[in-house]
Ligand binder design. Structure first.
Ligand code: SF4
Length: 323
């Protein structure tokens, strides 16, 4: 395995719930609650979980678009949480984000040239001529044409708009791309084209990806390793094949049982999750998954299981595997 690019330790983001005339705090939403993981150079780490499990908040925390409540984020061995605004602005050049809804993330009043040029202007990169040249080049790299530069976002299909979003993320030569559900707003027929493009770009530009999704089948297509999130923390992380062939955590098994397999002779047991995801403002004691787990034991209601390595590179947080 290559060296770490990003190391996240015990990352937390708690949002206060305020109300009343005096805006008094009466609760806390624990959107991210003790997240620990490492992303190695050149790999794709998939982060999956149901909506509301803290995946998207995690993406924003990594770029410091939200300030974490606690924890540490090392990017190339430096804790970016100690960086000044100015230093952080420079680091963001290396860490870019691709958003779920390409239409909402592109300014409808700007043409594509202006949209793509903007990150270069913000970071003071290149002359006007150099910037225009790079815009044209990046449009071609993502499968569009230089004549698209003068068009506006509404003149493109969803897939083309996501290609523009990807081109914008690549303008500053980043090392890390955080892709937050980048294909979930697209037709299934277009999804694989965008996933293939992301894979091609990864090889060509030596990129590292964090790929956030709610759908394990999408993540499988692109990830080297997969981390499964539940209520703000990781419950299982392993190489992609290990997660799919030998899932250990009951939540991972339930998520996987809902993924269709294109083989009619293969019968698998469907695990139906009981109830809804509990509120992150009032997470269950002990194992946060115990209210929905069919294998829940007494200890699960009292003690939070810690993430521990069971096999090489395969970590799970579940009392079933504790000695
Ligand atoms: Fe289920 Fe207990 Fe494991 Fe949690 S710790 S997933 S409740 S068996």
């Amino acid at each position: 395995m290559s060296s770490p690019l990003l190391q996240v330790s015990n990352l937390k983001k708690h949002f206060p719930i305020k109300g009343g005339v005096f805006g008094k705090q009466f609760g806390t939403v624990r959107a991210v609650d003790g997240l620990t993981f490492t992303v190695y150079k050149g790999e794709t780490l998939g982060l999956v979980g149901e909506s509301g499990c803290g995946k998207s908040t995690t993406g924003k925390l990594l770029l410091r678009l939200h300030e974490p409540t606690a924890g540490e984020i090392l990017f190339e061995n430096e804790n970016i949480l100690t960086f000044s605004q100015e230093k952080m602005r420079k680091v963001r050049r290396q860490m870019q984000m691709v958003f779920q809804d390409p239409y909402a993330s592109l300014n409808p009043r700007h043409n594509v040239e202006k949209i793509l040029e903007e990150p270069l202007i913000v970071h003071g990169i290149g002359t006007k001529e150099e910037r225009k040249k790079r815009v044209k080049h990046m449009l071609e790299v993502v499968g569009l044409s230089s004549y698209h530069a003068k068009r506006y976002p509404h003149q493109f299909s969803g897939g083309q708009r996501q290609r523009i979003g990807i081109a914008r993320a690549l303008m500053t030569h980043p090392k890390l791309i955080i892709a937050d559900e980048p294909v979930s707003a697209l037709d299934v027929s277009i999804q694989s084209q965008v996933l293939n493009l992301l894979q091609d770009l990864q090889k060509e530009y030596d990129l590292t990806y964090i790929f956030i999704a709610h759908d394990l089948s999408v993540v499988r297509h692109i990830s080297d390793r997969v981390g499964v999130m539940y209520l703000g923390h990781i419950v299982e992380v392993a190489e992609s094949e290990a997660v799919y062939k030998n899932p250990l955590h009951p939540y991972t098994k339930a998520l996987l049982s809902a993924v269709p397999i294109p083989d009619p002779t293969y019968q698998k047991e469907r695990v139906v999750l009981k109830g809804d995801l509990p509120s992150p403002s009032n997470p269950p004691r002990g194992c946060a998954f115990h209210t929905r787990c069919s294998e829940c034991m007494d200890i699960c209601k009292e003690e939070k299981p810690q993430l521990q390595q069971l096999e090489h590179g395969h970590y799970v947080a579940c009392h079933l595997y504790m000695e």
